[in-house]
Ligand binder design. Structure first.
Ligand SMILES: C[S@@+](CC[C@H](N)C(=O)[O-])C[C@H]1O[C@@H](n2cnc3c(N)ncnc32)[C@H](O)[C@@H]1O
Length: 490
């Protein structure tokens, strides 16, 4: 049973007892509670430009208003959902000439967090739920939290998203919402603590903290993009315990600058986990980036059964054409995430245009099939497309070979490819030879040409086998190459 009295008190029956509460409607920037009144504050703030809540709510609001206006006359005063106080990034569109840009979002969100901190007791605890997948929205919310005078003390990913919704994103997907745990940066008397941090101390503590957290998260099944964002809490605790952080020169360190170091520390730690503690610096930049790319896209299913369809993204901008034919294959990350990962690994995206393609705000790691031309030369790459067998399903993904069991296929028979420049190139060449069913050529490439003589070749191939999603051609091909290792005496 539920009651609402004229003074706004709500009561409900829970376990036989009547429990009362008070529900009020306000903007989060101007909370009605007095200072230090609350012991817990839980908020799920708007995510940047992800959802235009008030416009979407109008669809329901107009009907709710018709039926409930007389009962809750104080709530349904406006004919439509109020728009002005809504904290979102909303670029002008045909329904509005909104001026809610990033600066507005950050400013209002900081106000909301500051008011949250005001009403919270100095010993109180705050929980902020955030499930956005773009690095810029993360940076915006973290800036608002820190600027509003909170110390972030932890961050935990909790599964909140439906599988279908998650998969529908078609790129680095968050399976969970990250819950940031915060405390007001206050003295016991409620005044703000004003401590200045030393940049060197902060930088020294950061890698240690990430080194402790990543294995802990992995043990809980949290990997990939979820783990990256889940590391932000512990990383931010180091920075946010100070009102400001200064370099020896006295220059202030911005949160943006610190976050670059955080992405780098997370990338390095993830890489050392991918290669089981081995020194990943022995691998060239393309290998480091590829491994990290797949790890970021992984969703932590322990049996590695990610559906390969998740990594083929439909052309979202043009549904009509995508329904006809335009499937993009490859592994897509937000450009900014790719840039940050690359930077953290000391890889230069500018050198890797044979491996990564950029389009708008997306970066696509090319599937091996699309690298054939580069790895084998013009003649070899083109010939097999004429040999397509219609009944072989994988051809829709990969046009280089008729069948990977088809020993008669003379594709690329003329010459072996020149050994690729990097370990990753040589693995991809081997995978293509395997896919083309060129067993003898693969043997010669590995033994006589010497591709298999380098232990890094097998270590990287092993890592890729663990990282490629199950059910993909690439996983099958790299496993096919690995299966030759013992027999060839490596
Ligand atoms: C991520 S959603 C929260 C969803 C909610 N946890 C749920 O499961 O329904 C963010 C919410 O913040 C609300 N919001 C936006 N600006 C606000 C403001 N100034 N004050 C209070 N709420 C606001 C939006 O209307 C939206 O409902």
């Amino acid at each position: 049973m539920y009651n609402r009295s004229a003074d706004g008190m709500e009561s409900t029956i829970l376990g036989g007892d009547e429990v009362s509460s008070n529900v009020e409607w306000c903007s989060a920037t101007t909370h009605p509670l007095p200072d230090d009144a609350a012991h817990a504050l839980i908020t799920d703030p708007p995510y940047y430009d992800a959802v235009p809540y008030s416009y979407l709510s109008d669809f329901f609001y107009v009907w709710l208003r018709r039926s409930l206006e007389k009962i809750h006359s104080d709530i349904f005063t406006e004919p439509q959902v109020p728009k002005d106080a809504e904290i979102i990034v909303d670029r002008p569109h045909e329904l509005s000439n909104s001026t809610k840009n990033i600066a507005f979002y950050e400013k209002e969100l900081t106000k909301a967090f500051a008011d949250g901190s005001r009403i919270l007791h100095p010993n109180g605890i705050g929980t902020i739920v955030f499930a956005s997948k773009t690095t810029s929205s993360w940076e915006a919310i973290l800036k608002a939290v820190v600027d509003a005078g909170w110390i972030i003390t932890g961050s935990w990913p909790i599964d909140t998203e439906m599988e279908t919704r998650v998969a529908a994103q078609g790129q680095a997907r968050l399976a969970s919402s990250v819950h940031l745990v915060c405390r007001p940066r206050e003295n016991p008397d409620g005044t703000l603590r004003e401590d200045i941090g030393d940049w060197r101390d902060v930088l020294q503590e950061l890698p240690q903290r990430i080194h402790e957290w990543m294995p802990r998260l992995a043990a809980e099944g949290v990997v990939g993009a979820d783990a990256i964002f889940a590391c932000l809490g512990p990383a931010l605790e180091i920075f946010s315990r100070y009102s400001s952080v200064e370099k020896a020169s006295g220059e202030l360190v911005t949160l943006k600058e610190y976050l670059e170091y955080v992405w780098a520390a997370v990338s390095k730690e993830a890489l050392s986990m991918i290669f089981s503690g081995a020194d990943a610096t022995g691998f060239e930049e393309d290998a480091r980036l590829t491994a990290m790319w797949f790890w970021t896209l992984s969703t932590g299913s322990t049996d590695n059964t990610n559906d390969s369809s998740e990594i083929e993204t439909e052309d979202e901008d043009d549904e009509e054409s995508s329904s006809k034919s335009s499937k993009t294959t490859g592994y897509v990350l937000e450009f900014d995430a790719a840039r940050k990962i690359a930077q953290g690994l000391g890889a230069h995206l500018g050198n890797l245009n044979r491996l990564v393609e950029f389009k708008g705000d997306k970066a696509r790691l090319l599937p091996v099939s699309e690298r054939t031309h580069y790895l084998f030369g013009k003649d070899e790459a083109q010939a097999p497309t004429k040999r397509k067998k219609k009944d072989v399903k994988q051809l829709s993904l990969f046009d280089i070979a008729g069948s990977n069991e088809d020993e008669d296929n003379d594709w690329g028979e003329k010459n072996l490819p020149q050994l690729g420049n990097t370990t990753l190139d040589r693995i991809h060449q081997s995978m293509i030879l395997f896919a083309a069913g060129r067993s003898e050529a693969l043997k010669r490439f590995l033994v006589e040409e010497g591709a298999g003589g380098d232990q890094r070749f097998w270590r990287l191939a092993q890592a890729l086998s663990a990282l490629y999603p199950n059910g993909t051609d690439e996983k099958r091909w790299v496993d096919g190459v690995l299966a030759r290792k013992k027999g060839l005496g490596f």
